[in-house]
Design a protein around this ligand. Structure first.
Ligand code: PRP
Ligand code: MN
Ligand code: MG
Length: 180
């Protein structure tokens, strides 16, 4: 285990099992819809790539980069679009793929945007949900794990751009983000 991690919340195996389960459900629900899976970079990248490989239906992938956190553990409330989609979402059945929903600001902003661009439907799949921190009314349509209010990293989730490559999800030691 990485020395900055206090405790492993979900192991690589547990994540794998959960991602497969979500992929199966999405495959059934989107069988004939050729969904457009939108990965919210950067955090959702590992989840997205594993998820689509557990979906055995025709689908397309696109990527969007937004950021609200920077090098802080708290959302700034300002959602910046850093990279926009390549494809048009008009008339498409969109699945937004997120690693975590915290305040809900990132997603509510994205959903508004995609609605405005006339997507046929918009649903959200998130690996982690932290409902205790929500500041806007938003519930994921598909969720892997509901977690308590701890600062988690790994499997895409970062603190100041670090730890995204950990294969598990762990709680970051408080001293790591209290140092500065
Ligand atoms: C994190 C996370 C979600 C968002 C959730 O992304 O990956 O996208 O914050 O927080 P919210 O519900 O309070 O909006 P971040 O902005 O850190 O960018 P990153 O994915 O590149 O790490
Ligand atoms: Mn993110
Ligand atoms: Mg981040």
């Amino acid at each position: 285990m990485h020395e900055d991690i206090q405790e492993i919340l979900y192991t690589e195996e547990q994540i794998k099992t959960k991602v497969k389960e979500l992929g199966c459900r999405l495959s059934e629900d989107y069988k004939d819809l050729n969904p457009l899976c939108i990965c919210v970079l950067k955090g959702a990248a590992p989840f997205m790539t594993d998820l689509v490989r557990s979906m055995d239906i025709p689908l397309e992938m696109d990527f969007m980069a937004v950021s609200s956190y920077g090098a802080s553990t708290k959302s700034s409330g300002v959602v910046r679009i850093i990279k926009d989609l390549d494809a048009s979402v008009e008339g498409r059945h969109v699945i937004i793929v997120e690693d975590i929903i915290d305040s809900g600001l990132t997603l509510s902003h994205l959903i508004d945007l995609l609605r405005h661009r006339n997507a046929a439907s918009i649903k959200v799949v998130t690996l982690l949900d932290k409902p205790g921190r929500r500041t806007v009314d938003l519930k994921p349509d598909y969720c892997g794990f509901t977690i308590p209010d701890a600062f988690v990293v790994g499997y895409g989730l970062d603190y100041a751009e670090k730890y995204r490559n950990l294969p598990y999800i762990g709680i970051l030691k408080e001293q790591v983000y209290q140092q500065q």
